[in-house]
Structure formats: C-alpha cells, structure tokens
Design a protein around this ligand. Structure first.
Ligand code: HEC
Length: 97
C-alpha cells in the first residue's frame, strides 16, 4: 500500500502537504484531511468521521450517480467520476477510520 501511495504521489505530482493519495480537487470543500464539508450544514457529510468501508461505498455511489445523502449528491459526481478504484482505496485509507 505504501509503495502504491508513493508511486501515485509521484505520478500526480502532489505536494507533500497533502494527505497521501487524496486528490487536490477535494481540498476546497473537505480540507486536506477530510475534516469538513463546506457545502453541508450541521456538521454532516464530513468524510473523516466515516469508516474506511463507508467512505469507499460512498465514493463508488457518487461515481455511479446513485448516492444523494444530503440533497447535494450531484456536487460530488464530477469530483468522484475521474477517480480510479485504486484512488478510492487510497482516499479511504487516508481519511477513513
Ligand atoms: C464542491 C465541493 C466538493 C468537492 C470539491 C468535493 N466534495 Fe465531497 N461532498 C460534497 C458534498 C456537498 C457532499 C454531500 C453530498 C450528498 O448530499 O450526498 C459530499 C460528500 C462526500 C462524502 C460522503 C460524506 C458522508 O458523510 O457521507 C465523501 C466521502 C466525499 N464527499 C469525498 C470527497 C472526495 C474524496 C473529493 C475529491 C475527489 C470530494 N469529496 C470533493 C462537496 C464536495
């Protein structure tokens, strides 16, 4: 896993400030550590409060366009669509409990 994370960091050219394997595109709404959701009120929709398994399931759901937990699922579609299965695993590792 570590090797994969390092390899993808090199490929994506991400800075070391970011969590391993998490695309910079997530930053604006969730922060580099997945600790917020600027688009959902009431402290909900925060990725790093989820288990790794739930995180993976959610990202696959948004990617498929079938998940809409807080009425704002459409916002996540364009960000989850380009993710590969390996990237989804890495995000779950970096942010999930
Ligand atoms: C434009 C703002 C925005 C960006 C950028 C964004 N998200 Fe989200 N994210 C949201 C919103 C809004 C929701 C809640 C959607 C809903 O109603 O289901 C959400 C939900 C989630 C959830 C589920 C949270 C929960 O409690 O179920 C995960 C996981 C997640 N985002 C991960 C990511 C990842 C990984 C990226 C980058 C690839 C990303 N998001 C980029 C706005 C964003």
């Amino acid at each position: 896993m570590k090797k994969i994370a390092i390899a993808s960091l090199a490929v994506l050219g991400l800075s070391s400030v970011l969590m391993a394997g998490v695309p910079a595109s997530c930053n604006g709404c969730h922060g580099p550590d997945g600790s917020k959701n600027t688009m959902v009120q009431g402290g909900e929709g925060i990725p790093n409060t989820m288990t790794k398994a739930d995180l993976k399931e959610a990202l696959h759901g948004y990617k498929a366009g079938t998940l809409n937990k807080f009425g704002k699922g459409a916002m996540m579609v364009s960000f989850s669509k380009p993710l590969t299965d390996a990237q989804i695993d890495e995000i779950a590792e970096a942010w999930g409990k």
